[in-house]
Design a protein around this ligand. Sequence first.
Ligand code: C2E
Ligand code: CA
Ligand code: CA
Ligand code: CA
Length: 279
Amino acid sequence: AKERGRNTWHVYSQELHDELADRLDLSKKLRYAIEQNKLAVFYQPQVDMTTRKIIGLEALVRWIEDDGTIIGPDRFIPIAEDSGLILPISDFVLQTACRQLARWRDMGLNDIRVSVNLSGRQFQVPDLTDQILYAVRSAGIPTAFLELELTEQVLIENSKSHTQFMQDMRDNGITLAIDDFGVGYSSLSYLKHFPINALKIDRSFVKDLPDDKDDATITQTIVSLARNLDIGIVAEGVENQAQADFLIERGCTIGQGYFYSRPVPADEATALLTAPNSV
Ligand code: C2E
Ligand code: CA
Ligand code: CA
Ligand code: CA
């Protein structure tokens, strides 16, 4: 048994070593990709499901390799968070999204907003507020058209620094949405204390609608919670008409998901925004 334990450890240790080496390799490549401008921002529409009009777009980062291969954020955001590279990445996404919104506004698209994800690591930056305001002002867009998405986990882990930050955002007219709502930590008290503009129902609850009874109940509960608190609600991961119908019927009219559009490059997003029938 001892021998076997040792072998197990040996194998495990080798795997761990390989994994660490992979991560190190990836973080080096990522650093280089940032320097070489290989990151891009894609946009996924948030749609009024009753009219199919686009009311906003979420900015989602992508890593484009030289051969055109697209690496999704789930593969590199965790590494970026560990290595600190998330800070330049976040700044890039924020500035790119603000400038893109300015271009859309120049085209007369004056009532759409853009949403940008915030990472917990950004709360460790003392001038986060200034960084955000700088991006908004240098793009020349009104603050009210930028929305920041943060998870409950980020809020709870940074309970000290987020209070001032949230107040700063409110004072400047920037809106906040709670991402992945309903998964993990659920401390609802912040809904009362902070200027939350919207809850985004996590995709995991939407996936098996309308058939899964538990998911139907959870979704319905989140929708009525939000409505009673006068907070907006967005359903993530809407993939079909049946899900959309269920959500609309329960009072959630804004949806984001493959049923309407995948995240697309800026020029394709522009085409969607200017098409006569939207998505
Ligand atoms: P998220 O913020 O929850 O973003 C929504 C994710 O769901 C996106 O994945 C989107 O492509 C995917 N999605 C949207 N609709 C559907 C659908 O109908 N079906 C399915 N199966 N998936 C759908 P993506 O772009 O791969 O991003 C994954 C996560 O990476 C994001 O989850 C977010 O947590 C993080 N992320 C992306 N961009 C950024 C960024 O610029 N900064 C930070 N800090 N995190 C980012
Ligand atoms: Ca998000
Ligand atoms: Ca989400
Ligand atoms: Ca998610």
